[in-house]
Design a protein around this ligand. Structure first.
Ligand code: NAP
Ligand code: MG
Length: 403
């Protein structure tokens, strides 16, 4: 058994992006209870909490992008994407954009979402035995579209150079949307999907609706095929892995009949929808999963797949003990520490980071403890513990394993 005698040190920092509400509260607890007792945690701290983003006119989000480019590895806490209600609640000066969308589009990243599988929680789709990793293109679709509302009598013409390619006079109030996507960004997306799959021993599916969207979806299909054939076909063959394209409706039908064990690559919007469907069908709780962003120039950050868990936060503010599941946030930290450790050849940090998911799985599967969201769906059922107690159980496991 390995035994680490003193606090683990780090030679380079992790970009730590703090967030909002219940997630922010749990973030502080995880650092204090689970990380700082074992590591001289070295981070570049950036507060992406809504207040700070508003005060700085979103400058902090751009600072995060720069810091990520510089230090390569980051970890992000869920943040509020403000809407009109939030503007009133927080007395905001501006309706700021989603920091996630800014980070993703600036870094041109691909998001990989992976379920965390424990044996006491059976997937709702009973034949799923291996993870299904959703790879979501981080750019394009509605997230960067131009949307306009037009009114009766409005005339809309679209020109491509001199050529008028669209012309319409609207009879009733309508909405119009224009998407765009670049070939370069799809090439980056395809490359990161195939590289991730190869590294982790997964086959790849890509799905879209090129029968209807012959240009936009058609471009994706063509580029995936080209990148695969030119750069990955041989390497996939050596490992006995394959790539398939399916129409998106066909893909959904196949996914529920599959046993899992592949990366399912999707466009931005499709990936947003499919990841909630797949993750909740795996574990029944979005907290038992992780999201990772890989950029084509080597930037990486991890995050929980859930949001700020607003309702739980209001209960916490009223003085109730939180029973929110911290697993997604803990896994996000574990992954960022693991990536840092690999990049810096820091063996102790690597051992520590890899002990975290093992410890979580043992607390749930062997000792039988969990927060209510998973306790009720586990088989056999779990003893319910609070957020803080769960974090402390994981800490004790790690102590036993490594120190
Ligand atoms: P959410 O925070 O994910 O929570 C939705 C519901 O899911 C919760 O009310 C809770 O259900 C359950 N849940 C989520 N995480 C959980 C956890 N760790 N443990 C136990 N249950 C959990 O989504 P939302 O309420 O739609 O969004 C709240 C805020 O988060 C919004 O302002 C949104 O902008 C933001 N958001 C941020 C990100 C991000 O930064 N990546 C992603 C999504 C949403 P019960 O109430 O039934 O217990
Ligand atoms: Mg979503």
């Amino acid at each position: 058994m390995v035994s680490i005698m003193r606090k683990i040190t780090m030679s380079a920092p992790i970009v730590e992006m703090d967030g909002d509400e219940m997630a922010r509260v749990m973030w502080g607890w995880i650092k204090k209870e689970l990380l700082e007792p074992f590591i001289e945690l070295y981070t570049v701290y950036i507060d992406l909490g809504l207040k700070k983003r508003d005060e700085t006119n979103d400058e902090v989000t751009y600072q995060a992008v720069e810091a990520l480019r510089k230090y390569k590895i980051g970890v992000k806490c869920p943040t509020i994407t403000p809407n009109k209600d939030r503007m009133i609640e927080y007395g905001l000066r501006n309706l700021l954009p989603s920091p996630n969308a800014t980070l993703r589009s600036r870094l041109r990243g691909t998001i990989f979402r992976t379920p965390f599988i424990v044996s006491r929680i059976k997937p709702l789709v009973k034949n799923w035995r291996k993870p299904i990793v959703i790879a979501r293109h981080g750019v394009g679709d509605i997230y960067e579209a131009i949307e306009v509302e037009v009114h009766p009598g409005n005339k809309l013409s679209v020109f491509l150079g001199e050529e008028r390619i669209y012309n319409n006079v609207f009879e009733s109030r309508s909405a119009v949307i224009l998407y765009s996507i670049s070939e370069a960004s799809i090439v980056d997306f395809a490359r990161s999907v195939f590289s991730y799959a190869l590294e982790n021993g997964f086959g790849v599916w890509f799905s879209a609706k090129d029968t209807i969207s012959k240009k936009y979806d058609g471009l994706y299909k063509e580029i995936f095929e080209r990148v695969f054939n030119d750069e990955f076909k041989e390497k996939f063959k050596e490992k006995g892995l394959s790539y398939s394209y399916f129409l998106i409706d066909d893909a959904y039908a196949r996914v529920v009949r599959s046993i899992g064990g592949f990366v399912w690559a999707l466009k931005n919007y499709d990936g947003d929808v499919a990841s909630d469907f797949v993750l909740s069908s795996f574990s029944g709780s979005i907290a038992l999963s992780i999201s990772e962003l890989y950029s084509p120039d080597g930037v990486y950050y991890s995050e929980a797949s859930h949001g700020t868990v607003q309702k739980h936060y209001y209960r916490y503010l009223r003085g109730e003990t939180p029973y929110t599941n911290p697993v997604g946030l803990i896994l996000a930290w574990a992954k960022a520490l693991e990536k840092r450790a690999i990049l810096d050849a820091n063996n102790e940090l690597l051992l520590f980071s890899r002990a975290i998911p093992e410890a979580i799985a043992e607390v749930i599967d062997v000792d039988g403890y969990g927060t209510p969201d998973i306790a009720k769906i586990a088989d056999p059922p779990l003893t319910v513990v609070s957020t803080l107690d769960f974090i402390r159980l994981v800490r004790r496991k790690i102590e036993k394993k490594l120190f």
